[in-house]
Design a protein around this ligand. Structure first.
Ligand SMILES: [Fe+2]
Length: 237
């Protein structure tokens, strides 16, 4: 009996051909930033994330110029695939930061609420083997096939067999040198790095705004920052 599946989540990826050439430069830059960042603010079992430690502007750092160029190019490709008219939007990198996940560290579930597209680049991934290098887990919040809410939860537990129609998570194995993009509102997490090696990635928050004649004319597209006016009072009366 056939089953149709609709509404696929579009996850773009590209294995960058020059990845190996740039790996050491990027790795050195990230580890240097980690050293010079703010005092550690999160729990030891959480990966070091630059945005929590004063390192969230790597897109302005010349050491990251190559990957920033790649992110720009592939964001355009991704949006073209999604049918977006690139003549009507400006694209911005709003924030960008490194993530260093050491042994037994992970990243909790979150979405990137201030952005529209999330990009991840894997600088260094522990070799695949007995131990898991930490997977990017996409969490299905829409639960489109959960015909009775909570069906598969441990409080109900009436799913007899896990299959592709009742999964609420998909775990994506990171690939060194791969650039990945997905909607920033898509909830995700990174599982524990079970290896003894470093797992190092970069995260980019990308924003679309209206441009040209479309500026400010669309209810659901952010007007360009050039049209914004900061409170002259600074918001204080
Ligand atoms: Fe994230």
């Amino acid at each position: 009996m056939p089953i149709e599946t609709l509404f696929p989540l579009a996850i773009y990826y590209e294995d960058l051909p020059d990845a190996a050439k740039h790996q050491q430069t990027l790795l050195d830059a990230v580890l240097q930033l980690e050293q010079s960042g703010a005092e550690r603010r999160n729990y030891p079992e959480m990966a070091w994330t630059g945005d929590l430690h004063g390192v969230e502007q790597i897109h302005t750092n010349p050491d990251f110029a190559w990957i920033v160029g790649q992110v720009e190019q592939h964001t355009a490709n991704y949006l073209l695939e999604l049918g977006v008219d690139l003549n009507k939007v400006d694209l911005y990198i709003q924030r960008a930061w490194p993530i260093v996940s050491r042994t037994e560290q992970e990243v909790g579930a979150h979405c990137h609420n201030t952005a529209h597209i999330s990009a991840v680049y894997y600088i260094k991934v522990p070799a695949e083997g007995t131990y898991d290098p930490g997977r990017l887990v996409f969490i299905d919040e829409a639960r489109v096939n959960e015909v009775s809410p909570g069906l598969g939860s441990e409080n109900t537990d009436i799913i007899a067999e896990d299959n592709y129609l009742n999964q609420l998570q998909a775990a994506y194995l990171p690939i060194e040198g791969r650039l990945l993009m997905f909607p920033a509102k898509q909830r995700h997490a990174v599982t524990m790095n079970e290896t003894e090696e470093l797992r190092v990635s970069l995260s980019f928050d990308i924003v679309l705004t209206a441009n040209g004649a479309a500026s400010g004319a669309y209810e659901f597209l952010t007007p360009p920052p050039s049209q914004w006016q900061k409170f002259k009072s600074g918001g204080l009366s």
